[in-house]
Design a protein around this ligand. Structure first.
Ligand SMILES: *Cc1c(COP(=O)(O)O)cnc(C)c1O
Length: 365
C-alpha cells in the first residue's frame, strides 16, 4: 500500500534532535513557557518575516484568540470561505460572532475576492482568509476591500507554512495569522501545537496575556483569559523541524509538478497553479473527479491510499443545523468531487510514478 502520509517516516528523520529536545527540557526543570518556547517564537517570527510570533496550544485556539484579541464578538460578522476546514468557522462561532460564508473560486478553491464585497454589512469586522491546500490566497484585492471598509484581515495558515505571495510569506499578509502544528501539517509537532504571527504590537501584548489566563504578571489578571500555551516540549521539536521546512516544501513541489506534468486522464481535473510556484506548498494534492466513490474503490484495489479534504461542506454539518438549507453550489460541487492523492516530503519517486500510472489507467466502471 502506498500510504497517504507516512508520519512516522517524516518524524524519524529528526529522531536525534527530538530525543535531544526531550533530554534538554527534562533537565531544564522548567516545563511551561520557558526558554524553548521563547526561542521557537523568535525563530518562527523571523521565518515568517513578522515582528511577533506567539506559541499557543493549537490552530483553532490561534484563530479564536486573534478574533477575541480584536474584540470581535456577538453582533459582529466575519467573512470566511464556505469550503474551509470547519475549524476556521468554529473560531468565529466560539467568540459569539456570526460567520458569513463566501464561495470559493472553482479554479483555486480559495475564497473568491469578487464575491466578498456583496457580503459586507455594517456589522462586518473582519475577513478570515484560508490559504487552502497550501496555496496562498489572492491577497491584493482582498486587502484593498479590507482597507476600503476598515476590516481586519485574519489569515488561517494551518495548511500553508512557508507559502509566498508577492515576496512575502503567509502569516505576514494581513493583520494577524494563525498556524497549526498538528502532526500532519507541513510543519508538525508530536502532538497539538499552534502559533499566531502579527506585526500588531498591541494585539500581540494582549494575546500574550490572553493565552495565559489573561495575565501579564503572575496572579494579576487583566482579562478573562484562556489556558492556551505552546508546550515547552513541542517547541524545540518544532525548532528542529522548522530548519527543514523549505526543503520539505520544495520536495512537495517536485512531486506536485511531476503529477501535473504526467497525470493525463480525461476524467481527472488537476489543480490549478499560479505562475509563481512559490505560492503553493502542496499541503495536499487535490484533484476532482465526478465518479469519486468508484475512483476511491479502484485506487484502494490498486494499493494507493487517498483521502477527502473534506467530504461534507460546513453548511451541511449537523453542528450548523441553521445553515443546512442554504445553498453554496460551488462548495457543494467541490466537496462532492475532490480527492487527495498521496504527497509528502518522504515519498519516494518510485511511489510517485506508481500513483501516476494507476491514475492514468483509471476508467470509470
Ligand atoms: C488543521 C486546521 C485548523 C486547526 O488546527 P488544529 O491545530 O487542529 O486546531 C484550522 N484551519 C485549517 C484550515 C486547518 O487545516
Amino acid at each position: 500500500m502506498i500510504p497517504f502520509l507516512d508520519l512516522k517516516k517524516i518524524n524519524l528523520r529528526h529522531e536525534e534532535a527530538i530525543l535531544n529536545s526531550v533530554h534538554k527540557v527534562l533537565h531544564s526543570g522548567w516545563y511551561i513557557l520557558g526558554e524553548e518556547v521563547k526561542a521557537f517564537e523568535s525563530e518562527f517570527a523571523e521565518y515568517c518575516g513578522t515582528k511577533f510570533a506567539l506559541g499557543v496550544a493549537n490552530g483553532l485556539d490561534a484563530l479564536e484568540l486573534i478574533i477575541r484579541g480584536y474584540d470581535i464578538g456577538p453582533g459582529d460578522e466575519v467573512i470566511v470561505p464556505s469550503n474551509t476546514y470547519i475549524a476556521s468557522i468554529l473560531s468565529i462561532s466560539a467568540n459569539g460572532a456570526t460567520p458569513v460564508l463566501v464561495e470559493p473560486d472553482i479554479l483555486t478553491y480559495n475564497i473568491d475576492p469578487a464575491k466578498i464585497e456583496e457580503s459586507i454589512t455594517t456589522r462586518t469586522k473582519a475577513i478570515l482568509v484560508v490559504h487552502l491546500y497550501g496555496q496562498a490566497c489572492n491577497m491584493e484585492p482582498i486587502n484593498k476591500i479590507a482597507e476600503k471598509y476598515n476590516l481586519k484581515v485574519i489569515e488561517d495558515c494551518a495548511q500553508a507554512h512557508g507559502a509566498i505571495y508577492a515576496e512575502r510569506k503567509v502569516g505576514n499578509l494581513g493583520n494577524a495569522a494563525a498556524f497549526s502544528f498538528y502532526p500532519g501539517k507541513n510543519l508538525g509537532a508530536l502532538g497539538d501545537a499552534g502559533a499566531i504571527t502579527t506585526n500588531d504590537e498591541i494585539l500581540f501584548r494582549n494575546l500574550q496575556a490572553l493565552r495565559n489566563y489573561g495575565s501579564h504578571k503572575k496572579y494579576e489578571n487583566l482579562f478573562k483569559g484562556y489556558n492556551s500555551r505552546l508546550d515547552e516540549l513541542q517547541a524545540p521539536i518544532l525548532s528542529a523541524k522548522l530548519k527543514c521546512l523549505d526543503q520539505d516544501n520544495e520536495r512537495r513541489r517536485n512531486i506536485a509538478s511531476y503529477y501535473l506534468n504526467n497525470i493525463n486522464n480525461e476524467h481527472i481535473i488537476l489543480p490549478y497553479v499560479e505562475e509563481n510556484t512559490e505560492s503553493h506548498v502542496w499541503h495536499v494534492f487535490v484533484v476532482r473527479i465526478s465518479s469519486r466513490s468508484n475512483f476511491i474503490e479502484y485506487m484502494t484495489q490498486q494499493g494507493v491510499q487517498t483521502m477527502i479534504h473534506y467530504p461534507i461542506p460546513p453548511h451541511k454539518q449537523e453542528a450548523y443545523k441553521e445553515w443546512n438549507d442554504l445553498s453554496f453550489p460551488i462548495s457543494e460541487q467541490i466537496h462532492s468531487e475532490i480527492i487527495s492523492l498521496p504527497i509528502s516530503p518522504v515519498m519516494d519517486m518510485e511511489d510517485v510514478k506508481r500513483v501516476v500510472e494507476v491514475v492514468n489507467e483509471y476508467k470509470p466502471y
